[in-house]
Each structure stands twice: as C-alpha cells, then as structure tokens.
Design a binder for this molecule. Structure first.
Ligand code: MN
Length: 634
C-alpha cells in the first residue's frame, strides 16, 4: 500500500433517496442536487422530487443551466419551510456518492397505534382505491392489517392517478386518528418496480399466509364425522381469512331455511369481527361481508347474476376487489354449474359448505373447496349449521367468546333438518348448558324458518340475529320474539293442514309403502306460509303420525313436485336423472337429499312424470330398520 494525500481521496457526497423528506437533510453535509430553475436571484435545486430549495445568486461563483448537477449544503431552513442552500465547494464528478435513506421507522400496519402522529414508512399492496369528494383513499394491505391512507390533490381529484389496485408501494405518511380509527396521511407514495416490488410482495404474502392460518380449536363435540371434514373446514377458514387480509370482500349465499341461517349467521358474525380486527377502517365490516338467502337449495342464475352485477359495480364505483363467494347449505349440485361458470368467467373464487346430496364431479373444477359429508361416507345428518359453527370458531378473532355465544346453534340446526346423528344428544346437552331445552331449540328453529319465509330475498340482518340469539344484546327480546314467531308458524301450519288434509289421496304401493298425494296448487293456500315444500312436509308428518311408516308424500303443483318419505330407501337424485332421460319433452330437473327433494317439469307432461315417479317409488326398497329412520327437510 502507499500513502495518499487528502486531496487524492474522493469527497463523500450524500445522495438523498426519493423516499426522504426535508427532515433527512442535515446541516454541514454536502448533498447532490440538480438545477431545476434559473432565476435572476439564483438557482432552484432539487435534492429529490420533494426536497427542493434556492441557492442565492450571491453564493454562486459559476453560472448554471437547468439539468446541471451541483453539490450543496443546507444554509437555512426558513420559518415558512423553504430551504436555502449554498454550494459545498465540491465537484459532483468524481465524488463518492453515499445514499441517504429516510430516517422514518419502517413499520407494519400492526404497529400503527405506537406511531400516532409520527411520520412513518410502510410498504404495502394497494387493496382498494376510492375517490371521495375530498381526498383519494387508498386501502393498504401488508398481511398484518389493512389501513386507509388519504392523499389529497384537490377536492374530488384523484391523487396518484398512476397507482392502481394490486400495485406494491412505499408510503411515507403520518399516522393520524380519524374519528376513533387510525388513518395514514400520505406525504409520498411510490410504486415499487421489478426486484424491489417482488421482494416486498413476497414479504406481504408471507405475512398474509401466517395470519390467515385458522384458530386451533377443538370440535365442540367428539364426533368422528367431524374429524374427517376438519382439515377441509380449516382450509375454508384459511381461504376466508386470507380473502379478508387481502381486502377481498366475502359474499355469503345460503339456503333460506333454518339450517342455512344457523350456518350463515355465525359465520357472517365471525367474518365481520375478523374484518374489524384486520382493518382500521370502521366501515370495512359492512362493506367486506355480504350475506344473502337463496330460495332454492342451489345457486339460481338470477341470484348469481345479481351478485356479479353488484360486485362489478362495487369494483367500478368503489375500486373494490371482486368477492370470494361462500355457498352455505347449498351449492353442491349440477344445478349450481351455470352460475359457477358465470362467476368463473370473472375469476370469482367459490367455496362450498353443504350437506345436500352432491354431484362432486360436476362442481369440483369450479370451486376452491367443497365440504360435504356425503364426500366422506356421511349424510345430511351432519348439518351445515354444525359445520359452520366450527368454521366460525376457526375464523373469529375471539374463538372462546364466539364458542360461548354459539353453543346452542348446532342443536337448532340439527333439529331444523331433523338430523338423526348420534352427536345430536351431545349438541342438545351443550345447548342445555346455555339454558335451552329441546322445546326451546325447536321453537328457535321454527321461528327461523318462519322468518326466512317472510324475508324472501332480504338478509334481515338484525331480526335474524335476535331470533337466533347470535350477537343479540337483549335476551328477553330473543325469548319473546321466538315465542311469538314459533307460535304464529304453528298456527299457520294448522290453517294450511285444515285446508289440505281433506284432499289428500292415499294409495298402497306394491312395496308396501303408503303413498299420499296432495295438489298444493289447488288445495292449499298459496303465496303464504307454509310454502309448498313445508306444506308437503306437514301433510307427510301428519299422515305418518296417523298411519305409520313406510310412507311417501308428493305435494305437486302445475310444474313441480315436492317429495317426502320415511322408511323407504329412495334415491331422489337418481330418480330425477332417470326421469330426465325417460320422459322426452318432460323437461325434468331437480334433486335435493336422497329421501326428500323436489322435481321440476313442464306442465303438459305432469301426468307422465308423476306416474313414472310413482312407479319408481313403488319399486324402491323398504328400510327394514324402521326405528332409526327420520326424514330430513330440505
Ligand atoms: Mn340444511
């Protein structure tokens, strides 16, 4: 080595990172700057796009043009915030550049509270861009949470128009409290490119994956049927949590009956609570989670089209991502396929938790997860409500709290769908600990069914919460409401039976089963509660009580029939598929559970369809062990 004199050592010049602000500029340090304007009294220089100042003419020995580099030192920070610089006496060419990165703490959205009223730096993905009448609101996600960040260009004008949903960005801003919640006020927002963007994205993805992992809870009751579906439920819980962490709304579609309500209401509540935990935006739970009933136990095109239209509008108007669709107590069958294909066109992901007899091959390639007891050799007795209470416990940020609140729900679901599972006894014991005896639970189920009927296409949010006693803050109201609705439901069923029973036609089938037929179009009240399905069920129950099993009931209208049975080994999905082939021009479709279901056909072929149906029923095997069979309702 040899000695160098000082003059041989290249001078260090500081180069301010674009993320830096004026607070990063220190007196006595030489900074690289670029001339951006020449005026009579001096030159304006940029240290970065956002850090600029004036070098006064009196300090300048040379003349400069726009675009020239020069090295400056801070001379003065004026009261109004303007900066004055002087030349540092160092040539930029040959200087050793040292990058200055900003002095802000680099934090995650999980640490915002600690940094209140402090300028921080955050790297995140844009989850949503919404233009208000004032600022532009960017929702930032980083896997630890989601925070709204406001940037103001001028009232109603889009700030950073180049920034879009999905971009990975670096934001410098101050953490502010905005009406009880936290928000970032953006000083600077930079879209990250290539390598840097990829690294940040990977960090975000890791954080999302970590927080998306479901709660490690034990099943409410010991039951081998649940054990088998447990990993699938955990995967659904993961997808739901991930969706929320990524700022993707969840749209729940559930069968509009008691079990469907027992499935969807707890999950809706758990999801909303998770959203509130993840997002700093107080309105996020309302926007992120939607729950709507479906009249049929499958996803009708009318519903799917409405959901898609709404989602596309939310995207266009509020910069929102398209939702994850969560099908509960429906969604397992071939009849769902047209709707699924429509959604697939827009890459809308779908998960299904159901206990209707499935067509797994028809839907498998269209859904992310398909949880259904039939796929594990179990049956409808594992109701969707039982499964979704567990799902809610996996999703909720406070699993213990939600467990206590939901203890009675699986029993209600089981009674609604007449589950004959061994686990029912345990579920009823569990509900008993929360003060519900079996009659109470039946009343809740009856009240839910009754409410579901009158709600039609409405979610009836708060009313349903009160009926089911999930998130209801007034237990007395819950009790009185259930009494009222259950009573009214029973009265309505009695009224319907008074009209219908005298018209029931009975015959004995070859296999020994009794067949009961009722024309629900002409011999029952229409457009009221109970609807044809439940009316047929009530007629069936009445006849079985009077005359015993085995028994089959058909409630038919001009172009549909509802089927109920006890003690007969029917396979309604199979019968429907045979009828579809056998009766040319019959337009037969339908399905449901194995021993209960519904069939649609064209009116002109009604006689042939029903005759052929009865023929198949007469050939069905009788269940020898009559004592253990029960009928499920849809
Ligand atoms: Mn059900």
């Amino acid at each position: 080595m040899f000695n160098m004199s000082d003059s041989d050592v290249a001078s260090v010049v500081y180069d301010l990172d674009p993320a830096c602000s004026v607070d990063d500029v220190q007196s006595g340090r030489p900074y690289l700057a670029t001339v951006n304007g020449v005026v009579k009294y001096g030159v304006f220089v940029d240290l970065t796009e956002s850090v600029s100042g004036l070098v006064h003419e009196s300090a300048l020995a040379d003349s400069y043009e726009v675009g020239d580099d020069l090295v400056v030192e801070l001379d003065e920070r004026k009261a109004n915030g303007d900066l004055a610089f002087v030349p540092a006496g160092i040539e930029p060419i040959g200087a050793t550049l040292e990058r200055v990165t900003p002095d802000y703490d680099v934090i995650t959205t999980g640490q915002l509270e600690t940094y209140l009223e402090t300028t921080i730096q955050l790297e995140a993905e844009i989850a949503q861009v919404r233009q208000t009448g004032g600022p532009t609101i960017f929702q930032l996600l980083d896997g630890h949470g989601i925070v709204p960040a406001a940037a103001f260009e001028s009232a109603g004008v889009r700030a950073y128009p180049e920034v879009d949903v999905g971009d990975v960005v670096r934001v410098i801003g101050s953490v502010e409290r905005h009406e009880e919640s936290l928000q970032l006020e953006i000083d600077e927002l930079t879209v990250l490119e290539s390598q840097e963007a990829a690294e940040t994205q990977a960090t975000i993805d890791d954080a999302v994956a970590e927080r998306a992992a479901p709660n490690d809870v034990d099943p409410l009751v010991e039951w081998s049927a649940l054990d088998e579906m447990w990993p699938e439920l955990e995967r659904v819980a993961t997808l739901l949590r991930k969706s929320i962490l990524e700022g993707r709304p969840v749209s729940v579609r559930h069968h509009a009956d008691g079990d469907g309500m027992c499935a969807s209401v707890p999950l809706q509540r758990a999801l909303e609570r998770f959203v509130a935990d993840v997002s700093e935006d107080p309105e996020a739970p309302d926007h992120a989670i939607r729950r709507l009933p479906s009249k049929a136990p499958f996803y009708e095109l009318e519903d799917a089209t409405r959901d898609l239209t709404q989602a596309l509008e939310d995207r266009a108007r509020h910069g929102q991502k398209l939702p994850l669709v969560c099908m509960l107590d429906n969604g397992s069958t071939e009849e769902d396929v047209p709707s699924y294909e429509t959604l697939e066109h827009y890459d809308v992901p779908i998960v299904v938790v159901d206990h209707h007899h499935p067509d797994p091959d028809a839907v498998a390639h269209l859904v992310e997860e398909h949880v259904n007891p039939y796929l594990h050799g179990e049956d409808y007795a594992v109701t969707t409500g039982m499964l979704c209470v567990e799902l809610a416990r996996m999703v909720d940020p406070e699993p213990q709290e939600t467990t206590d609140e939901l203890a009675h729900v699986p029993a209600v679901a089981g009674l609604c769908d007449r589950s004959d599972a061994d686990a029912m006894a345990d579920y009823i014991d569990l509900a008993d600990e929360s003060g519900y005896d079996e009659d109470d639970l039946r009343d809740v189920g009856e009240a839910l069914d009754y409410t579901a009927h009158w709600l039609r296409y409405d979610d009836g949010r708060h009313l349903v919460d009160d009926v089911l006693n999930v998130g209801c803050d007034d237990p007395e109201r819950h009790e009185e409401l259930v009494d009222l609705l259950a009573e009214r439901s029973r009265e309505a069923i009695d009224t319907q039976l008074d009209a219908a029973l005298p018209h029931v036609e009975s015959e004995d089938l070859e296999n020994g089963a009794s067949l009961y037929r009722i024309d629900v179009e002409n011999h029952a009240h229409r457009f009221t509660y109970p609807a044809p399905g439940k009316t047929t069920g009530a007629v069936h129950d009445h006849m079985v009580e009077e005359h015993g099993e085995p028994a089959i009931s058909i409630g038919f209208g001009p172009d549909f029939a509802v089927l109920r049975s006890d003690g007969v080994r029917l396979d309604i999905p199979e019968m429907v598929s045979e009828l579809t082939d056998d009766i040319v021009g019959g337009g037969v479709s339908g399905g449901g559970h194995l021993v209960v279901g519904s069939i649609k056909y064209v009116e002109g072929r009604r006689e042939e369809v029903l005759d052929s149906l009865v023929e198949k029923m007469a050939a069905a095997e009788i269940d020898e062990d009559l004592g253990t069979t029960t009928t499920a309702i849809e």
